[in-house]
Design a binder for this molecule. Structure first.
Ligand code: ARG
Length: 410
């Protein structure tokens, strides 16, 4: 039919080419179906009767943003003991709302790293089936972790017998958890290599899992074709995880020079959530975050920012990971300005949320840039984000998979 051949033609003032690090003036992007078929500069498009022309003059086009650390089925206003009252179905429904908010903020792809009850798998499937609106999701299912560790739930006493689904101790037990998560729909593996801020009774600096356990987990995941993200704040846990072959380290707060050297040697990505500290310390107490967690955050936040600048200057590969879910979904882009404040150029900050995550996820043939042949995930902002990074907090246009989800004037 005519419909099948109809094209969508987007014209704008500029396009951020994240592959070359250049700004293309007066771009004309042609979309056929869900893919980009042409990217031209300045040339008049050959418009047919059935084509749709989207005029975004005054605007800059960017690839859809990719956030490598979110929890779409978690609510930022429900922390600490309040989370015990959230059922799996209730969490899933909140995920429906958060998925839409995230997409409309310009994030066309997310990696959801840690979801009790496989709420992330259900949400991903509902989005793919067209039942609800949201970003493309890479999902981990429940995070894997040691008994009593950051990825366990330690809020209740022994008489309640609560243990998180992802808890496993020993190399074969962690392999079994990887297999179980894949069985129930995971497309990425998440585990905890150290204590954390928001878990009760864990020390941020202390390693969880031995090298032997981490190596078994990573080998199992890689054998099955999945990448691995590890939660690690502490120095030794970061280094042990890198040596075990993880693909990305999340948080990376207490980083030493050897950790930087190891990341460079292994090609490991760092996903550093340097905005969330502002929310935890500002709003956290009101939302139920435990005092012991606030105390940990006061120590970790500034050190993480220093580690970020040192890792960046050393040339470690970085991806954008926000930890949205701890803070409100849709506020993900607030981290862009912090990435710039702590050392990145605006172009680097944009690449961190586009082409680098695509490469981390081994999706660079499909995602991460506005290029011929890739899926049509395109966003726009008014003005030039290379002059003012905060413009990324106000996306006016969102296309995912060739479909327009947002097109406003401001
Ligand atoms: N989910 C993380 C944890 O509980 C959040 C850490 C947030 N703090 C930070 N400075 N990045 O450990």
């Amino acid at each position: 039919s005519l419909e099948l051949n109809a094209k969508t033609i987007i014209k704008a003032d500029a396009l951020v080419d994240v592959e070359t690090g250049q700004l293309i003036k007066n771009p004309v992007v042609i979309i056929e179906g869900n893919r980009i078929s042409q990217v031209n500069s300045g040339s008049a498009a050959n418009v047919q009767l059935d084509d749709t022309v989207i005029d975004l003059s005054g605007h800059t086009l960017l690839p859809g943003f990719m956030d490598m650390h979110v929890h779409l089925t978690s609510d930022a206003t429900v922390h600490g003991y309040r989370r015990l009252a959230v059922s799996v179905p209730r969490a899933t429904i909140s995920g429906v709302k958060h998925a839409e908010t995230t997409l409309l903020a310009g994030f066309t792809t997310v990696r959801n790293v840690g979801a009790p009850g496989y709420t992330d798998v259900a949400l991903r499937d509902a989005i793919n089936d067209g039942d609800v609106i949201g970003p493309r999701m890479f999902v981990s299912g429940p995070s894997i972790g040691v008994t009593g560790g950051h990825c366990d739930n330690n809020l209740l006493t022994a008489m309640y017998g609560v243990k998180s689904r992802g808890v496993a101790d020993g190399p074969w037990a962690v392999r079994e958890k990887v297999r179980e998560n894949i069985k129930y729909g995971a497309t990425v593996i998440k585990y905890c290599a150290t204590g954390g801020v928001l878990s009760k009774g864990t020390k941020v600096g202390v390693q969880q899992y031995t090298f032997e356990e981490m190596q078994a987990l990573v080998e199992e995941a890689h054998m099955r074709g999945l990448t691995v993200a590890t939660h690690a704040h502490g120095t030794e846990g970061i280094k042990t995880a890198i040596r075990a072959g993880v693909d990305s380290v999340e948080h990376v707060s207490l980083l030493d020079d050897e950790g930087i050297a190891l990341a460079l040697e292994h090609g490991t990505y760092f996903s550093m959530d340097i905005y969330v500290t502002e929310y935890i310390l500002g709003e956290g107490a009101k939302q139920g975050i435990l005092e012991e967690s606030l105390a940990k955050e006061r120590i970790v936040g500034q050190q993480q920012r220093d580690s970020f600048t040192r890792a960046l200057n050393a040339g470690v590969k970085m991806v954008f990971g926000s930890d949205a879910g701890v803070y409100p979904h849709g506020d993900n882009p607030k981290q862009f300005a912090r990435l710039v404040r702590f050392g990145m150029t605006p172009m680097q900050a944009i690449q961190t949320a586009t082409i680098h995550p695509a490469t981390l996820l081994k999706q660079e043939a499909e995602l991460g840039s506005i290029s011929t042949g890739k899926l049509a995930d395109i966003v726009a902002v008014k003005g030039n984000p290379l002059d003012n990074i905060e413009l990324l907090e106000q996306v006016t246009f969102v296309m995912k998979d060739g479909e327009v989800y947002k097109h406003t004037e401001q």
